[in-house]
Design a binder for this molecule. Sequence first.
Ligand code: PMP
Length: 458
Amino acid sequence: MSVSAVATDTAVCDPLPVLGRDVLVPLVTGGQIDYAALDYAASAPALQRVWDDVAAYAPYYGSVHRGAGYLSQLSTDLFENSRATVAEFLGCRADDQVVFTRSTTDSLNLLAAVLPPGTRVFVFETEHHASLLPWERRADLAVTYLDAPRTPGQAVDILERALTEREPYGPALVCVTGASNVTGELWPVRELAAAAHAHGARIVLDAAQLAPHHPVDLAELDADWVAFSGHKLYAPFGAGVLAGRADWLRDAEPYLAGGGASRSVTRRPDGGVAVDWHTTAARHEAGSPNVIGAYAIASACKALTEAGLENLVAREQALIARLRAGLAEVPEVKVLSLFGDDAPRVGVLSFVVEGWNSSHFAAALSAEYGIGVRDGLFCAHPLVRTLLGGEPDSPAECGAPDAAPGEKPLNAIRVSFGAGTPDEHVERFLRAVGELVRDGARWNYRTEGGRCVPDTSA
Ligand code: PMP
């Protein structure tokens, strides 16, 4: 069966088609091939439905919360209805707030900005930098970095111990990822939330990798906040979400000062200005809202719900099983894992190949097979370095000889997928891995601007 026939077959039965399925990319060895997007964990392709919804709305685009005109009214309704749709998708409680941000990074920085003075923050060293780094920027927060656990149960024990040792404390926050952007492994969010709450702490869930693959229900998980990004949820229009408890959001200074966040501004007798800030989500949404971004996220939430997230999960689990079984047949491949083979996971997997520099391997997957993966440390440096066995032995470049057998790898390769991924992409990937390991790359590569690229100079 040809590649295009497989892709077409899948499209027919796929309830969640994505854009880009028929995009052809050049191969360095000659000819073209349809692009196999296996880097959903970085940015997922847009759902066709999201694209269609945005295109249908585009002619009606208008200012939000600002205009008297019909299209402004319509756009304001669309924006606020999008908030309600997202709240429903996330299982928010009645008094939770949904704040539209730019991304998960922005959401977690917003949360860091609104924490009460002196809040103690507990965060695992295994987090993505977006959830690892925002807290220490505020000098008054006391951050405790927790060691990498080797089982989900150990994660709960480590947190319990840290919370107990540091008692008593005032406001406290635990920050945890729902699904690792490196291993795809699920973290025991419900259990961590219970531990946090038992000690009077709150918890924020970084759902950047969880929400696109798995139902997220704030009330059921008993999490206080959740953050995610539209571009990983098939809605790449520059918006993200922070949703959860209203009180700390309402009590803090606005994240950004400006129009939209303020209800009224008056001159004070002393010559300054007095501001009455909103107490709703608008308090942290100063400036003209990104209505298309918010609407795109709401459209994705609806599409995923209507298609049945459980169907998406089942399809993805089958692809994960196939991928893992295929990689297990290649002894040179080592899959990175914190929690072991039996851990529940989403469609994200990282690995290294004995004797290969990961950048070289990823470049060959792209140039010779049309497969897009990611190589590096995936903005989770402490975690990936732990999984790779520590600091690298030598800072080799891809043009330099590949890693010697037994040498600690510099970085890893990540493959990730989701809605709209045809079986053929996973099969092509496994075939490519097998061929590269057995026969080596067919082309020469060199380092250019820090990236490994095919050497076309000869
Ligand atoms: N958290 C996790 C687990 C992620 O995978 C990412 C993105 N790789 C982020 C946070 C940051 O997301 P964004 O770049 O959209 O802010």
